[in-house]
Design a protein around this ligand. Sequence first.
Ligand code: ADP
Length: 758
Amino acid sequence: MTVTLPDAGSAAFQTLDAAALLAALPDPVAHLTAGGQVTLNRAAQARMAQTGSGDWTALFQPGSVPTIQDAVQAALRGETRQVTVQVVDTVAPGLLTVASASGGALLHLHVARDPLEVALELMDGLGLGMTVQAPDTRILLVNDAATRILGLTREQLTGRDSMDPEWRAIHPDGTDFPGETHPSMQALRTLQVQREVPMGVYHPQEQDWRWLQVTAIPRRAPGATQAKQVTTVFADITEKQAMQTEMRRRERRYRSLVRATSQIVWDAFPDGDFQPPQADWEAFTGQSPAQYRGVGWLDALHPDDRAHTIADWQRAVRDGDLYSTEHRLRRADGQYVPMQVRAVPVTDERGQLVEWVGTHSDLSAIREAEQALRALNAELEGRVQQRTEDLARVTRFSTLLLTAAGEGIFGLDARGITTFANPAAARMLGYSIERMIGQPQHDLVHHHHEDGAPYPLADCPIHQTLLDGQTRRVERDVMWHAQGHAVPVAYVVTPTHDEQGQTSGAVVMVQDITERIRAQGQLQDLIEDLERSNQDLEQFAYVASHDLQEPLRTIGSYTELLARRYQGQLDPRADQYLHFMQDAVDRMRSLIQDLLGFARLSRADLTLTPTPLGDLMRSVQQNVQGTLDADGSSLTWDTPDQVMGQASLLTQLLTNLVSNGLKFHRPGETAHVQVTSRREGDMIHVQVRDNGIGIPPEYHARIFEIFQRLHRRETYAGNGMGLAICRKITEHHGGRIWLDSSPDQGSTFHLTLPAVPS
Ligand code: ADP
């Protein structure tokens, strides 16, 4: 038959019924109109039936729906889009193409294959049976190898559970292997992988037992306490068992062979006399009856062995006991052959000794046979071992492949060709596992750098590991998704080795770090935002306080004028109001000055010179002298150190702390403030200690912010700027400020300032 392939625009296609075409497609297709009318093809209807919902969006995970709706809107505007979607009950992502079509949107869904299906096939390729069972152990999926090994068809297997009475299974010792103890049941119950459990299963066609090595892996959703499935992988090891049986059979045969060929049987009179005829003896030694008669047989022995032989023989004859010795016996051809000799006395029914029956066994033959047997055993054992190792390797590999879920894992051979990839790797990069296997990994997913520059193979760390066998960890790189975008990744490359220790390939464990990078970026943005808003705030405080000064000055002047002119001429209440106004203007002036001072403080203007703390303390004392004189409070210091700093600012800093110490004294008590310093590494640690009212711990952080005060102004004067200024001055010097205090225990303010470099 000839097939002509018309192009899409040809007449043949135009006359085709579009509906028939869509109906025939194996992939789900839907047509949506702008008015919300939905038409589904057969494949889509079949999927819908499974969801049990009337809404076509129920086909997708809720997280995918907004993207799809966007794409539909775009299609209604005439754009075609392809989006990756997560389909309900399917692990692998789907590719949804949304195109504009006859006044609506045409949706075509291509679902990548379930990694489980891929695993089933992979196991098949390795000759391993695999089944996937539901939590009630009903078999959901089987691969071809499983049907071969178990001798049952797919239909017979599907739906059967572990408790089915049809199963006949035994342990290696022949005892019954009941369904509730099958590895799959154990795996479901314990949520633990059951590894390499030996199990005999009856093969109905061969009417014989098949020996399996069974590994069962429970699968559960992240966070779930119960398994949602169990995957069972099994290898047929009947052949291995058969080999072991064969080995035992051969051993038995060799033994009987040896017994059959290397024996000389002879007899002797009760007194030990050796008399003809001795057919075996004659045949082996070539001695004539005349030669061996009596003790003539001794001549056929190696001269060195004659003495102990005759001694042993005479002892046995005298005691009527078992005779056993070893000697070299001359064969007819003159060759000496090592022999094991045994003889037993034969008695009649009255217990009377009637004769001796003896045997010579050729030890060389036995030894040779033993050696041959040993060699044979070693060879067979080697083969069994090899096969066992192969099986174990394959099983281990597959267990790893199935269970390592989170990270993408690639196996590469020495040339960098992908030999395996796990479902996570496929998901991360948007390729199917089959598409990646057999491909050079670098060319497929690692061909360019993040900036789009080509990535030469020679520079690739994975390639370098294949060359030098060194493990490498790469914290930041990209791999390329099937849809063309870069996936930021971190990965570890570990070399694999062959028996000779040569690098035979590598395993690459890849982590998608999109989220990590996004979080880092957000943090950085946040820090920048904060810095910006801090600057803005300071700028604002500066401008505001600067501009406030002018009107305040005016209010101040006129209030003073008013007071001077009209004091005493108005009623007493007006005088009091004037007084309040003057007071408020004074407070506002000090507040604005402090604010301005605070805003003006900037790191850039700082000039640091070596400054003795003692000098600073003398200035501080002058500043607070008024307070000291007024209420008898005291200030002492012991500050031998020098700091790197700007004297004017440090004086302000210490004055603020000392005046607070003097100010916040307990009612009825005199304040004592003590300042000390000591060097700690590169910093000078200064402490300002008072015996005042103390500060509850919950306010320790807050009091360093501007305008934060813990008391009413009537109780303790102040504007809440002092400590904010202290903190800014300290931090500009590269130091830190903090405090120890609790109510009624006094307070100690600590600060660190840079020491003068020695
Ligand atoms: P203020 O101008 O009110 O003193 P500060 O910023 O210097 O402003 O201090 C903020 C608040 O911290 C004060 O109002 C006070 O409640 C508390 N405080 C500061 N120093 C001390 C101290 N030595 N003892 C007790 N409380 C203090």
